[in-house]
Design a protein around this ligand. Sequence first.
Ligand code: GCB
Length: 634
Amino acid sequence: MYHKLYHNNKWVLFIMLTCLVSSLPLYAGDFSIAKPKDIALSPIQNSYRDKICLNGIWNFKKDSANQGESQQWYNGLNHFRQIAVPGSWNEQFTDMRDYMAWGWYETETYIPRSWKNDKIYIRVNDATYAAKIWVNGKAVGEHEGCHVPFAFELNNYINWEASNRITIKVENILKPERVPTGEVPGSAFGNFPNANYDFFPYAGLNRSVELYSVPSVASIHDITVRPDFEGTTGFMNVEIEQKGALSSGKIIVEGFGKKIEKSVSFTEGKAKTKVDIPDVHLWSPETPDLYDVTVQLSQNGKVVDSYTLKTGVRTVGVTENEILLNGKPVFLNGFGKHEDFPINGRGSAYPVMVKDFELMKWTGANSFRTTHYPYDEEYYHMADREGIMVIGETPAVGLYFAGDSVQLSKRQKTCKQYIQEMIYRDKNHPSIIMWCVANEPSDKATLGFSVMRKTKEEKERMKNMFAESFSLAKSLDPTRLVMYVGVMMGPKEWFELTDVIAINRYYGWYTAPGDAETGGYVVGKEIDKLHKQFKKPCMITEFGADTYPGCHDEQAEMFSEEYQVEFIKAYLDVADERPYVTGMHVWNFADFKTSQAIFRFGGFNYKGVFTRDRKPKMAAHYLRERWMNSNQNK
Ligand code: GCB
């Protein structure tokens, strides 16, 4: 009887089972890929949204043989050790400094009962380099790429009224097809770990991990505010995307005694409008004035979601000789930096961030570049409030154009993903005036110093690939300048694509060592030629000399504090004499950790004007004197 029944109904059973399985959440091995757009709005708390920060001590287990998935470690780690999140694993453990393979993180959390009717997401703000997430043993999603967040919806994976196990497998294997690249052939000097960039490849959950809730009936998914002004009237061109299907919403712009409200209607989830702001307060380094922009979604006259961000009204432009902020020339004094500090590694360290802003302002700097990756979001909030101009850079450092076509197209895809992730996340910060799509792209391993030796066709192909990055950045954000940073002896033809000529130069250090005067002379000649050829404003985005703190000599000598001052002076003098030089960023703000190499004593780059623990070298005092004076003379 049973037998017969089974056979008669086997197709029905089969169909029922198929339906059941497809309605279940994905299981181990079945990961969805993170979508860049899902990080457009960072989690906030208000009456419609909530967030929980999962930072703290997590369980951790090294997986050198990559056996965790086959052994189902996502069902619970055993024999684990403890690790701080955020933080890089390389600094926390005595046996893992150079470990670049797989590591498993695990924590437990409850979901508040008040989130029951909401959509629930996890946002990982940086898992370097690649990550997979499981919740309660079920595969959720994966992401590849460092120093940019990713998010996944969790509703199908969570337990209510029981704790939830969150497992994240992170991997940081240096590979030639990745961006930035590692283990590439052709470097003139070896380094270990073999990264094709000059900072330590810190791995792990370097930034916070958050859970957040948004209303499920409909929610604001993205807000883009593009500012402009004419006379005393400011404009905000606002574009909104929602998840859901509501038709009406409102924008409220508030600040400086004014409250401007405007209704918007949505078509296919999108709405846009222009808000006029009379007697506008413009954002600038001198007056970092910010407005609150609130977007509300309503259903039957009732607000169902609301999101407030702070932004400013300012414009950015260029002439042949100048970068313009609000139509007036600005000169960028400042630094290239790193997120780097003892024990934290690349992990977010807010006291260090606050101190860095204090010290930047103490030197008289008005800008920095987020070398060589997008930073923790708090950096940009601080910069908005402090009036510091920022060049936002993707992780495409030492962008490498050699390798087979599979590697090339993988890198190209990653570069585009980074541009999207960076611009989606950071686009509403008035402090960001330029996007940098790559630092020192080259066909040679960066540490080997690059000379492009390619055929005409290969050069053309590389230029086309690069042009795609520029046009993507421009199409996502037509309001800002787009640039890349050129390496010493590197190709010049890509400058045709940029708004600003930006170069890193070390004449007087890597060439003409010990001769800062010649260094200044050579850089002056080169920059004159570049400006004549391209007729664009120029910036020296890096120049500096390794300086061992406390090393002195009555006559300046390499590695002494005196030589660093002499070197920096020579370059700043070059800029002063040339009206088309619009910015000088000293390399580096502070000493930072690198891989081991014969030219990196103790595994450090000592070009900081501050030590790694933020004590000024002579050069920091020199910059303060010079920049503070130039600020007064304005
Ligand atoms: C550069 C790189 C930077 C290095 C620096 C140096 O051009 O952009 O990442 O740290 O040179 O000190 O060699």
